[in-house]
Every structure is written in structure tokens, then in C-alpha cells.
Design a protein around this ligand. Structure first.
Ligand SMILES: [Zn+2]
Length: 144
């Protein structure tokens, strides 16, 4: 498998190392808390709504959870470090020009130059709850 595929699987997949002796007896099972649990997924779904990449409409149920700071580099399996990405955007994140960061637990995206020539960070979501909150805040501020 290629390095890119290995990194993708390491981010969202489940790899469990099982060590056995020459007779086949299992000597050790190594588990890493790399996979987000169901309650974490529900919370991240509430916050993100679906795939984070603007213009992508893949719903949350079809998304994977991406470690913004890679797990292999010490990124925790925590809601503040996990975002929803569809399979395509997760797989092409390194080559598509999109960059994701977390700011106070809120995901922000910086798009490629062809999408935004200013290349500024933007908070993103397709969560109905957060979109409604954003609209309510704008209306209250008179930005209507
Ligand atoms: Zn997507």
C-alpha cells in the first residue's frame, strides 16, 4: 500500500497490531485509541454537519473523522481535534490545496488559491444548529 493510503487508514481506520508466537498463540494485542467513539461522532456531527470542505454536500453519516493534528504526530482522539470529511476530501486533503485548523474547538478551512485568492482562514460548518446560531447573531448585530 502507498504511504498516502497508509496515512489515510492510520487517521480514520482501524489498525490493530496482534503479536503471536511461532505456534500461533496470541502474545499481545496492541490497541491505540485512534478511532473516535460514537458519542464523539455525534458531537462532531452536531458541530460540523457534514463534510467540512465548502461546496461539498456529503452528509455526516457518510463522512469519516479526520484528526486535524495527525494521530501519528501526537494528535489526540478528541472532539477538538476531529472534523468530518467525506472519503474523497479526506483522501485528497494533502493534494487538494485545502488546509484545516482548529481554533478554540471550531474548525477553520483555508481553501486553495483558485477558491479564495486571499487564502484566509474561515470558520466552516453545514450544521443546521450552528448556521441558525450564526444567522441569529448576525441579525442581532444588525448585519441582516
Ligand atoms: Zn467532501
Amino acid at each position: 500500500m502507498s504511504l498516502a493510503v497508509a496515512r489515510h487508514v492510520a487517521c480514520s481506520g482501524t489498525i490493530q497490531r496482534v503479536t503471536s508466537d511461532s505456534a500461533g498463540r496470541i502474545r499481545a494485542i496492541h490497541t491505540v485509541d485512534r478511532v473516535f467513539g460514537p458519542y464523539q461522532r455525534k458531537a462532531i456531527t452536531l458541530r460540523d454537519g457534514g463534510c467540512l470542505i465548502p461546496g461539498c454536500h456529503v452528509p455526516a453519516a457518510w463522512c469519516e473523522i479526520h484528526h486535524v493534528q495527525e494521530h501519528s504526530r501526537g494528535g489526540p482522539t478528541h472532539i477538538d481535534n476531529g472534523v468530518l470529511l467525506c472519503w474523497h476530501h479526506h483522501r485528497t486533503l494533502d493534494t487538494g490545496g485545502w488546509t484545516i485548523r482548529m481554533r478554540n474547538g471550531i474548525p477553520e478551512v483555508r481553501g486553495p488559491y483558485w477558491w479564495d485568492a486571499t487564502m484566509r482562514w474561515r470558520p466552516v460548518t453545514s450544521s443546521p444548529l450552528r448556521l441558525r446560531q450564526r444567522l441569529t447573531t448576525r441579525l442581532a448585530a444588525g448585519d441582516g
